[in-house]
Design a binder for this molecule. Structure first.
Ligand SMILES: Cc1cc2nc3c(=O)[nH]c(=O)nc-3n(C[C@H](O)[C@H](O)[C@H](O)COP(=O)(O)OP(=O)(O)OC[C@H]3O[C@@H](n4cnc5c(N)ncnc54)[C@H](O)[C@@H]3O)c2cc1C
Length: 486
């Protein structure tokens, strides 16, 4: 290794850390990355068992253009690393008295909207056209900015749309759509941003364009293929990756970070970057160097935590797609129990993912890989009894809605919840996907990419800029690398 190179150490190996490591190595830094777990990938790790393959975290591949941009920055294509297939149909939503299927084109989606509400496709086309303009503005003018100043949000395009930052997506949707099922369908995409639709600015309708306009994709072999791709790219660029390496201290001398302590060994560095949860990273510093108080974190709106089940079924299941949403209970009630009066949900909505429906490599022949997710408030009590109780609730509903019995076909079952998020990722209150994107938690109002107290300490990932999700994490890594280069 060239000893003249500036040395950067990175804490964590989630999407944001891996992204930053690639950009920093390309810029000529000597980069080493330290991950506490035994594999890289963070919340996007993979579980394999008896021929079943489960993505532990993300499963929706949205905004393929952001992945293309990432790899293109290194002269690569996603197809150099993994095979990407567009899902057709994209997903279906089970309601108590109907099922909405979202096709892989606007024409098919319009047909489905018409079936539910006559005339709604005209409104839908207008809504998506506006969402597409917002997407172009978001991608080209907003999200690739480092969140250093409010002025970053002020462009000629945002100024004429300023009302969309103060109206919510709920208001926008309800203006033109009256059918509750269509309303839920259109409010679903912003749930990825971590807050309630009635707290999320209307401008974020760009997520609806990501959904209906750009489509839902699947990397063959699962989302972990992207992690494998990024790890291999990082290594090609010279990044040294250390797993089983928990960082227990960020070392600071005279107001400058001098390195990290890993398994009690001291590693020197010119700059330190953390992609671990922001709150946890600050606990690795002496109090005087922390930027945000416990009160600050308590006041913030966090994205939900989740109760997850990874299930191996000994047969192929009926009436399901790769992605399935079970919105057969009251969306508002569940949201209140996540955000306003945190408690275990009375009648939870849930999501079920069966990647083996479209990808044979995810399960043994004639078997099905199932992943179930119930969003819950972060910080809830988590016990084996509660997990079992909720498994029974959703399995029963799953069987009723899909019209089949599966409870005697389970050959493998593993759960994951608040305590695992805390223990495995040092996640604040066991949040699953970081800090929500509300109006007051957007861009420069989020915890910063650069420490205000230590000049050579930086942050990346879903608690900072631009926000939760895989595409934002890729962007976060790029943004922080640019600040560090400066
Ligand atoms: C269940 C679930 C479903 C999701 N679904 C989707 C989806 O469908 N689509 C989508 O786009 N996004 C989805 N997301 C969000 C997406 O997965 C995350 O936004 C993204 O993976 C976050 O990456 P990150 O780099 O910010 O953090 P992380 O992936 O959390 O990486 C942080 C890393 O730091 C490590 N670490 C922590 N403390 C230390 C320490 N002291 N020393 C060393 N290492 C440490 C952790 O082990 C971890 O590996 C989902 C998330 C979850 C949990």
């Amino acid at each position: 290794m060239n000893s003249n190179k500036k040395k950067v150490v990175i804490i964590g190996s989630g999407f944001s850390s891996l992204s930053a490591s690639c950009y920093l190595a390309k810029k000529g830094f000597d980069v080493s990355l330290f991950e506490k777990n035994d594999t890289v990938g963070g919340r996007a790790r993979q579980l394999t068992k008896d021929g079943f393959t489960f993505d532990i975290g993300p499963s929706w591949y949205w905004m393929p253009d952001i992945f293309d941009r990432f790899f293109a920055d290194f002269g690569k294509k996603t197809s150099d690393y993994y095979q990407l297939d567009k899902l057709s149909p994209a997903y279906k939503i089970f309601f108590d008295d109907d099922i909405i299927t979202i096709g892989d084109s606007m024409d098919k989606i319009c047909e489905e909207f018409e079936r539910i509400e006559k005339g709604s496709s005209i409104h839908l086309k207008k809504f998506i056209a506006k969402a597409q303009r917002n997407y172009d503005i978001a991608i080209n003018e907003i999200v690739y900015r480092p969140g250093l100043s409010p002025l970053e949000l002020v462009t000629k395009d945002t100024v004429i749309r300023v009302d969309q930052f103060f109206k919510t997506i709920s208001q926008e949707v309800r203006k033109k759509f009256k059918n509750p099922k269509l309303i839920s369908t259109l409010e679903f995409p912003v749930l990825f941003l971590g807050a309630k639709p009635n707290k999320t600015p209307a401008f974020y309708s760009f997520m609806n364009f990501a959904d209906f306009g750009l489509g839902t994709w699947h990397p063959k072999g699962g989302m972990y293929q992207i992690i494998i791709a990024m790890k291999s790219l990082a290594q090609e660029l010279g990044v040294a990756i250390h797993t089983d390496s928990a960082v227990n201290k960020i070392l600071v001398k005279d107001g400058k970070a001098t390195g990290i302590s890993v398994n009690s060994e001291k590693i020197n560095a010119d700059m330190v970057l953390s992609g671990a949860d922001y709150h946890h990273t600050e606990t690795l510093l002496d109090k005087e160097y922390r930027q945000y108080s416990e009160k600050y974190w308590q006041r913030k709106t966090f994205a939900p935590s989740s109760l997850l089940f990874f299930i191996g079924f000994d047969k192929k299941l009926d009436n399901i797609l790769h992605h399935n949403l079970f919105f057969d209970t009251d969306f508002g009630e569940h949201a209140t129990e996540i955000y306003d009066k945190p408690k275990w949900p009375s009648r939870p909505l849930f999501y079920a993912n069966f990647p083996s429906v479209t990808d044979n490599s995810m399960a043994p022949a004639n078997k099905e890989t199932g992943f179930f997710l119930i969003p819950i408030a972060p910080g809830l009590e988590d016990t084996p009894e509660l997990r079992d109780q909720y498994f029974d609730i959703i399995l029963k509903r799953f069987q009723e809605r899909t019209g089949q019995s599966v409870e005697n076909n389970i050959i493998f079952k593993k759960s994951f919840c608040v305590n695992d998020f805390k223990e495995q990722y040092n996640s604040y209150k066991g949040n699953a996907y970081g800090m929500a994107n509300t109006l007051s938690q957007t861009a420069f109002m989020r915890p910063g990419l650069k420490s205000k107290k230590i000049n050579n300490l930086f942050f990346t990932g879903q608690l900072t800029v631009p926000g939760p999700g895989v595409p934002p994490s890729l962007i976060s890594g790029k943004l922080v690398s640019e600040l560090m280069e400066k």
